[in-house]
Design a protein around this ligand. Structure first.
Ligand code: MG
Length: 162
């Protein structure tokens, strides 16, 4: 019998570079630097999509959206997350709740958390009460602390619908 709940874990990191927009949680955040990557490089949304796929024991988003495929260049990562949610639906699961920790030394993300939660909730098909999102710095440690990259961790619970 299929499990009534399934849990998934996701992680992603992208480098900060000049000349790119900073997109996190599907929201454009004013910044001198942005994340480098093939798609819009939204590390937070990538971690979340990988958590959904992981809960289904599927391969990661690189399998569904290879970064060698020109059709995915500059892609809105909400589309990637939407696809992961569709894969869950196909297998008889919906999103129960998610929780995310995003690590960024700069810029300050807290003014944008409410907007990110609303955008993610819409893509996930849940209410904002089902989306946990904490932004923290890395206390000056390592690459993230030096302001060279932004990383995110995500967990998701899928609930059986059938
Ligand atoms: Mg990524």
């Amino acid at each position: 019998m299929p499990s009534p709940v399934r849990v998934g874990l996701g992680y992603d990191i992208h480098r900060l570079v000049a000349g790119r927009k900073l997109i996190l949680g599907g929201v454009e955040i004013p910044s001198e630097v942005g994340l480098e990557g093939h798609s819009d490089a939204d590390a937070l949304t990538h971690a979340l999509a990988d958590a959904v796929l992981g809960a289904l024991a599927l391969p990661d988003i690189g399998h569904f959206f290879p970064n060698t495929d020109p059709q995915y260049r500059g892609m809105d990562s909400q589309e990637i997350l939407h696809r992961a949610v569709e894969e869950a639906k196909k297998r008889g699961y919906k999103i129960g709740n998610v929780d995310i920790a995003v690590l960024a030394e700069q810029p300050r993300l807290s003014p944008h958390v409410a907007k990110m939660k609303a955008r993610l909730a819409a893509t996930l098909g849940v209410t904002v009460e089902d989306v946990g999102l904490k932004a923290t710095t890395n206390e000056g440690c390592d690459t993230i602390g030096a302001g060279e990259a932004i990383a995110a961790h995500a967990v998701v619970v899928l609930v059986r619908t059938e």
